[in-house]
Design a protein around this ligand. Structure first.
Ligand code: UD1
Ligand code: CA
Length: 463
């Protein structure tokens, strides 16, 4: 069966009160339109999916570059029927089914789209739409049906009579049309008397008038059909997507404590027996291995964590990698290509930027390690700073294996400290340290015996 899917995403979304187009707003870690396109692509190949763009079209289209999805532009937003008409040139010759989805319904599942396709093919109607009964239907178009359950018309909230406003069955904005009938009759849609827009929902009345049948597929669980018009609904969509993702991971063997408090993006993967503590955020394309622990309040973005890695509470990891058994935090920060080797330890208030810390190495307290290569089993003392920036350019620090850097060392890059060397505490190191050497870069201590007593005597007021 030939299925073409058109997704309407050209509107600005005035009710969002945003400078950004509505469908670009994110829920569950993806732009709303990305969720809808993903659901569509499970039903039909990418080149059978057309996204109608308009407001900030370049930004919307950029999300799907290289995916093979097609686009049609709606230059002026004159309503949902007008938006659909903008793909006439692309889609008018198709003979099978044409599904229309809206870009602001990010919770829609592929299973529901399949149910719509099956219901439509079975009933042989001219069109089938997904409907549901809501306790509070305000804002949605109402589905007016006859005694036999055929759809008579869809009336927009603004156009409802008081009696129609009482109808609780709403139009979800998800339709399946016989393509030939849709294109034949779409021209008959007239502008709405109040708004001047061309409403796709008028197709129900038009098809019926032409003696065609329109059916509604009633869905029990309305949570999938949420249309996001305001930021309040955006937050609700986000909440539901987050819970769905947490549930999927828990069923796959991940422990999530207080799942309602965590935010896990759609593309995050997580291995068996990993434990995720409350209030964590796992973002972007993060990959978490098996048996890991992500501590409370930690944020891990676009990073990879090997099996058994630990991210202790309140740690921020971005664009970085932890090898198996590595442990970072609490209160650590890893960014821009930090790479912590197997079984290595990074403790509190340590920052790593573009730095490789070798296997079994340690930096347990209060350090900044930037643009550095640090060998296996090296120990970095508390308060160590790599001075990687001279005000103009960045420089690298190379520290070998089994090196001991004493507390509060200042390592001025570019600098090389060879295997097995020692750096005394409090040193400022500016020159290379050869293998096995001790480097000290500080003033020698001076002790003045009896100094305190003499000083006090000198200060005593004369009687
Ligand atoms: C629409 C339906 C309503 C339904 C509700 C479900 C119409 C007339 N009404 O109302 O019956 O209950 O969805 O969520 O269809 N768009 C364009 N070009 C335009 C106008 C809109 O591409 O000129 C796109 C928007 O970007 C959006 C979608 O169509 O993704 C729906 O538009 P929106 O204005 O949100 O329609 P609703 O008022 O919610
Ligand atoms: Ca809407």
């Amino acid at each position: 069966m030939d299925i073409r899917i058109v997704i309407l995403a050209a509107g600005r979304g005035v009710r969002m009160r945003s400078r950004q187009a509505k469908v670009l707003h994110r829920a569950g870690g993806l732009a709303m339109i990305e969720h809808v396109v993903r659901a569509a692509r499970t039903l039909t190949p990418a080149d059978r999916v057309t996204v109608v763009t308009g407001h900030q079209a370049d930004d919307v289209e950029a999300l799907f570059r290289l995916q093979g999805v097609r686009f049609a532009r709606q230059r002026k937003q004159q309503g949902t029927a007008h938006a659909l008409a903008c793909c006439r040139a692309q889609a008018a010759r198709s003979r099978g089914l044409l599904m229309v989805l809206y870009g602001d319904t990010p919770l829609l599942s592929a299973a529901t789209l399949e149910a719509l396709r099956d219901a439509h093919m079975e009933s042989r109607a001219a069109a089938t739409l997904i409907a549901t009964a809501l306790a509070d239907p305000s804002g949605y178009g109402r589905v007016v049906a006859d005694d036999d359950g055929y759809v008579v018309e869809i009336v927009e909230d603004k156009d409802c009579t008081p009696a129609q406003r009482e109808i609780r069955v709403i139009n979800s904005g998800i339709y399946c049309f016989r393509a030939d009938l849709l294109w034949r009759h779409l021209k008959q849609v007239r502008p709405n008397r109040v708004t001047g827009e061309y409403y796709l929902t008028d197709m129900a009345r038009i098809l019926r008038r032409c003696g065609r049948s329109v059916r509604a597929l009633n869905i029990e669980d309305p949570s999938e059909l949420l249309g996001v018009n305001t930021r309040v609904e955006l937050a609700e969509a986000d909440r539901i997507l987050r819970m769905r993702k947490a549930r999927e991971l828990m069923l796959a063997g991940v422990t999530i404590e207080r799942p309602e408090t965590v935010s896990i993006d759609a593309d995050v993967s997580c291995g068996q027996d990993t434990v995720i503590e409350p209030f964590t955020r796992l973002l972007g394309r993060t990959e978490v291995g098996e048996n890991c622990r992500i501590g409370a309040g930690a944020i891990v973005e676009s990073s990879a964590l090997g099996d058994g890695a630990v991210v202790a509470p309140y740690t921020v990891v971005a664009g970085s990698r932890l090898d198996p058994g590595a442990s970072v935090g609490p209160f650590a920060r890893l960014r821009m290509g930090a790479h912590v080797g197997a079984e290595a330890r990074v403790g509190n208030f340590v920052e790593l930027k573009n730095t490789h810390l070798g296997a079994g190495a340690k930096s347990q307290h209060l350090a900044y390690l930037g643009d550095s290569r640090i060998g296996d089993k090296t120990n970095i003392g508390a308060g160590t700073i790599t001075c990687n920036y001279d005000g103009v350019s960045k420089h690298e620090t190379w520290i070998g294996e089994g090196v001991f850097i004493g507390s509060n060392a200042t390592l001025v890059a570019p600098l090389e400290i060879a295997d097995g060397a020692y750096v005394g505490a409090g040193s400022v190191i500016t020159d290379a340290v050869p293998s096995g050497a001790l480097a000290l870069g500080r003033a020698r201590q001076v002790v003045k015996p009896g100094w305190v007593k003499k000083k006090r005597a000198a200060k005593r007021p004369k009687k």
